[in-house]
Design a protein. Sequence first.
Length: 134
Amino acid sequence: FPVTIGGSLTDVTGLSFEIQPFEVWKFEIRGQMSGNTANGQVHSMSVPTGAVLRSEDDSNTNTVTARRISIVNNSNVSSSTIASLGNTMFGFRYAGFVSGSSTSGSVQFRMRCGTAGDNETIFDGTTLVAHRLK
């Protein structure tokens, strides 16, 4: 960190964990983000083939007091656009559950800019905590 990303959905290095077949995990990512324009950013998770994802992205929208909660229940599906105020730092929380299938693999946090050509940043201090439930 910090990690700066453009207009394509991209893995954020360091915000991932491995699951084994048939495991169930709970995870939470908390951090700070900012962008160079008012076009915002979107978040996503990549999970192993056949795994079930149930998650939500709880983040500021275009003011420090307005919030948006976006439900994300499929691998590599983007949340609603958040942090749509240029050059302003916002907090975010992305949390949920992953139920593994017969395939092991990585659960990976991903993000992109709301508009190609912009830059969005995830800052130092952003953390991922994951607990195996089963």
